[in-house]
Write a protein that binds this ligand. Structure first.
Ligand code: GLN
Length: 537
């Protein structure tokens, strides 16, 4: 049983400063010293989870092994720490209130008035300590979404204040702020940092460490000024300079001694000296690629890169395995049609058709797949991408005119993708899909088996619709192989084409499982095939 120490990461001045990357980098460094660490995100919005949020609002929805639909920062946590997260690692204001209100309805508060303090703050503290109480972790890092001073984040800051009071040196508060550079004055400015620390002080929390995001190096005088105005040691003012890759940040934080400062503040003795040599090797390969490929990523949220965050990062991991830089060309599915397709894909070495929901852009995805199939361009279809590959094959190879998914066309004469029986009666949107990890049995005679190197795999899902097994024999007869099956219900999880160099569609989301320590085999194989096709032409 480990006695956990709690680290809080708050943000000041503005959002998007990279709290998730700082939290993940700190976790990496503490792991590198032999500690076990988990990271949690508390989101101040009222949605119970981000599953119902449009990707334009909040970026990708990340799915954990246990089927929780979570904030995309959990993807960073897993990719950096190579440790799975769970529902307990992402809690929103909506979920906190939902829990408190259901207890109130059950009469558990015995007639007392239910209030933000203590009931909501108690529930927040319970959610934080839940991870510590598992006894598995030396450190629980809790990132608070949003910016201090927001009305919504007040109960979270209050919960931190209470926990510090209860736990003393077992809690450390890191405050991430912005030190802007004003070109006109030729100076870095500390005032926004002073103000955001003041806001925290008004709420009763004195940060122990200030991490300052900046475009320019902070000299000693700036660090001294921040230290003096914000009541912290000068060694506790950590520079976080803009980096060319998020994967540089652990090394930058090591140079700035963020981990040492955290350990000093909470009296933690590391099991061993720091060892992040594998991480540094990854960086070395990332920075010195021998090859380059261009992948066309076809989706409908291409204006916002965060909508496909995990896919983007999986390409980086898979690229490094091949010593290959992966350039991603984001292609809006609505821009693709039979006329434009060959021009759009002229300089492309591989086509990935992204996951998604709804009919918009679907015909463009199908045109892209037809192009990749007929021109022998390596193809990876993920979730909706696989479903579109099934539709395309049905229409253009088998001759099932107007074949479709019943999600797009409920009246299609050939529902080759259809809703699962036990989903038919569900009307609610949130948390009602096939979610989380399921086992998949691979055909020994398949590309997938060769790539995974094992017969039984486990992958994460997030969908309602499935390949319709009524059509299975027809598809097999025309050359599509079903090479991955969910044994219990005989659901098709992977499709492959034989007379094609590399054509794979997966009903699951491999991108959720790719990490720096272990690039996903499908991405590694896909980039290898793209590289091959580029070389051979
Ligand atoms: N819309 C499809 C379904 O629900 C695919 C979902 C996805 O791509 N994640 O089955």
């Amino acid at each position: 049983m480990k006695d956990a120490k709690y680290i809080f990461v708050t943000g000041g001045v503005t959002s998007s400063l990279g709290k998730g990357i700082i939290s993940s980098s700190l976790a990496k460094l503490l792991q590198g010293r032999g500690f076990s660490v988990t990271i949690q995100k508390l989101d101040p919005y009222i949605n119970v989870d981000p599953g119902t949020l449009n990707p334009y609002e909040h970026g990708e929805c990340y799915v954990t092994e246990d089927g929780a639909e979570t904030d995309l920062d959990l993807g960073h946590y897993e990719r950096f720490s190579n440790t799975p997260t769970s529902q307990a690692n992402n809690v929103t204001t909506g979920r906190i209130y939902q829990n408190v209100i259901s207890r109130e309805r059950r009469g558990e508060f015995l007639g007392t008035t239910v209030q933000v303090i203590p009931h909501i703050t108690d529930e927040i503290k319970r959610s934080i300590k839940l991870l510590g109480l598992t006894g598995k972790y030396d450190f629980v890092i809790t990132e608070i979404g949003g910016t201090v001073g927001d009305i919504e984040s007040f109960p979270f800051i209050e919960a931190i204040r209470q926990m510090r009071w209860e736990m003393g040196r077992n809690c450390v508060v890191i405050h991430l702020t912005l030190v802007p550079y004003l070109a006109a004055a030729g100076e870095l400015k500390t005032k926004p940092t002073q103000h955001s620390v003041k806001t925290m002080l008004e709420q009763g929390v004195q940060p122990d460490i200030i991490v300052a995001r900046t475009e320019k190096p902070l000299n000693d005088s700036i660090k001294g000024k921040i230290a003096q105005f914000c009541n912290v040691d000068q060694s506790a003012v950590i520079e976080s300079i803009d980096a060319s890759s998020i994967y540089d940040v652990p090394v930058l934080m090591l140079d700035e001694k963020l981990d040492l400062e955290v350990m000093r503040k909470c009296n933690a003795i590391p099991p061993h000296e720091i060892d992040i040599s594998r991480w540094k090797k990854f960086l070395e390969r990332l920075k010195n690629p021998k090859h380059e490929v261009t992948i066309g990523l076809v989706g409908k949220y291409v204006e916002l890169k965060d909508a496909y965050k995990s896919i983007h990062e999986s390409f980086i991991h898979g690229g490094v395995e091949n010593d290959c830089a992966v350039k991603i060309k984001y292609i809006h599915s609505e821009s693709i049609n039979k006329e434009s397709v060959s021009q759009i894909f002229a300089d492309i070495d591989g086509v990935l058709v992204a996951p998604g929901f709804g009919a918009r852009g679907i015909e463009g995805k199908i045109a892209a797949i037809q192009y990749a199939r007929e021109n022998k361009v390596p193809f990876l279809g993920i979730c909706l991408g696989m479903q579109c590959a099934v539709i395309e094959f049905g229409r253009n190879v088998i001759g099932l005119k107007k074949a479709n998914s019943t999600e797009m066309d409920p009246k299609t004469p050939y529902p080759v993708i259809d809703i699962m029986k036990d989903q038919k009666s569900i009307n609610e949107m949130g948390g009602t899909m096939r979610l989380g990890a399921y086992p998949c049995q691979l055909d020994k005679d398949s590309k997938a088996f060769k790539l995974y190197g094992e017969g039984l795999i486990s992958e994460r899902h997030r969908h309602r619709f499935e390949f319709n097994n009524t059509y299975k024999q027809q598809y097999i007869a025309h050359g599509m192989k079903m090479t991955g099956i969910y044994p219990k219900d005989q659901l098709v999880e992977i499709i492959e084409l034989d007379n094609h160099p590399w054509f794979i569609g997966v009903q699951f989301h491999p991108e959720y499982k790719s990490t720096v320590a272990k690039a996903h085999p499908l991405f590694v194989g896909f980039i290898e095939a793209a590289l091959m096709s580029k070389t051979i032409g």
